[in-house]
Design a protein around this ligand. Sequence first.
Ligand code: NAD
Length: 542
Amino acid sequence: MTSVPRGLALLRDPQLNKSTAFTEAEREALGLLGLLPEGIDSEETQIQRVHIQLSQKPNDLEKYIYLSQLQDTDETLFFRVLMSDPAQFLPIVYTPTVGEACLQFGHIMRRPKGLYISIKRKGRVREILRNWPNRDVRFIVVTSGQRILGLGDLGANGMGIPIGKLALYTACAGVPPQFTLPVLMDCGTNNESLLRDPLYLGLRQARPSVADLDEFVDEFITAVHDEFPDCCIQFEDWAGADAVRLLARYRDRTCCFNDDIQGTAAVALAGILGALRITGGKLSAQTFLFLGAGSAAIGIANLMTQAMALEGLAADKARERIWLFDISGLVESIRGDLADFQKPYAHPHSPTKDFAAAIESLKPTAIIGVSTVAKAFNQRVIETMARINRRPIIFPYSNPTSHSECTAEEAYRWSEGRAIFASGSPFPPVTLGNKTYIPGQGNNVYIFPAIGLAVYATRARRVTDEMFIAAARAVADQVTQSELDVGLIYPPQSTILNTELQAAERVAGVIFASKLATVPAPQDIAKFIRSQTYKPEYHPLL
Ligand code: NAD
């Protein structure tokens, strides 16, 4: 193989480096003698060494830093470690540890990853994209760093998010990492403490006007299209209004999606569909009452409407089954303070500011909390739901844990163990009498990697809501009966790769059926999807 680098250049290539596992023959032939200790590791011994080193780290941030360096030196080993135990490693390479890593970004930086495209370089975005060594980029995760998790404007520190998210595309669904590119659009920051920090690494200026931001993003989208024509762009952690506006502008023009909007809605839908596997009802026969009528509620409600429409219910009839309740009370048709996006869900009803009374009147089968108001699902609310429903569906989705509308323990106790529960933030198992319940967590990681793999494999031209609905259905279908029996409505993270592959197959089915693929439809989609996945294995270099 003529293109394989030799000696130190090979050891410094993270995609080809095998570190201590180079064979005797490779060491001889590729100029590695003397550059490595004589001992030759098996892949198992390498993993064992990583585990020992990780176990000696005092906290999760130190583990994150160690793994980040491993990704820089030996990418195959990095993914082998992650994929060996996803449930253990996801909270380290992504939430919650990635939040801490973003806060400390300028302080823990070792080697830069990805591309930083700063607004100072407006007019030169294409030139910057050309500096990326891989010319076949298929997946970009891009953030402006303005709304990082629940941490607000972190400017260039937000780069931790695209890096972490793309690691999950590979670790959870096998999207080949060589085709992925993390991008931070550095538009300055309004975060005063970062601007005062001498170690801050981003552009030291205030954020631009909406018009200037949009012009910059437009240049970026056009440049990506020209340089990487097969690329899908995922917007991540943009400020709420920017996220909605940019998705609306580009979703029908280019292959893109927003995980905060579409992925979040799909994971909530997956939870509802999982819960319906316990209650046995159809989606289009449910009545939903949301506490909160903001962007999360509307995103979930809109996707549920489409999913009910796919079951054959007319969209206006589907919306009649969805009710919202916000800080001013029930969203009903005579209220004069509603935003346009809320109006489709404003149905005739007498005004009320009493959530439990609204439950009594509307008789919802599910309540979904996206209000950020801790304890809003109080004993009266849950007891009312439990009186009306044999198995009440209770989803307090507000994050973080301190904002959750109720705890798992409260939902199970006040419903005498009958609640079907899932939350935005994780809760430990609950034991009532002689039964233990395992609460599910609606985590976007169930959805976006599957969408990514399907889009990558089919080279899809667009990402549609129908694809998210297919992913949600596939995830719900994979919860086993024994998991349902202990109250779990999402599959366990320990088997996430298999869950995502199955979901990716279903999403690819939708892509082929809707003629959005740009590769020929294979005979066997399952086999095709699996053939496209990355495996964290060293390849012979001779
Ligand atoms: P938002 O600010 O857009 O909306 C909040 C809504 O709650 C508003 O409609 C507001 O009127 C309402 N509200 C506030 N106080 C209230 C009260 N006392 N009674 C009734 N309603 C009240 O926020 P958002 O972006 O929609 O997010 C809401 C929450 O949902 C956040 O905590 C977010 O973390 C969470 N979320 C979780 C998931 C998930 O777990 N998968 C997904 C999306 C959002």
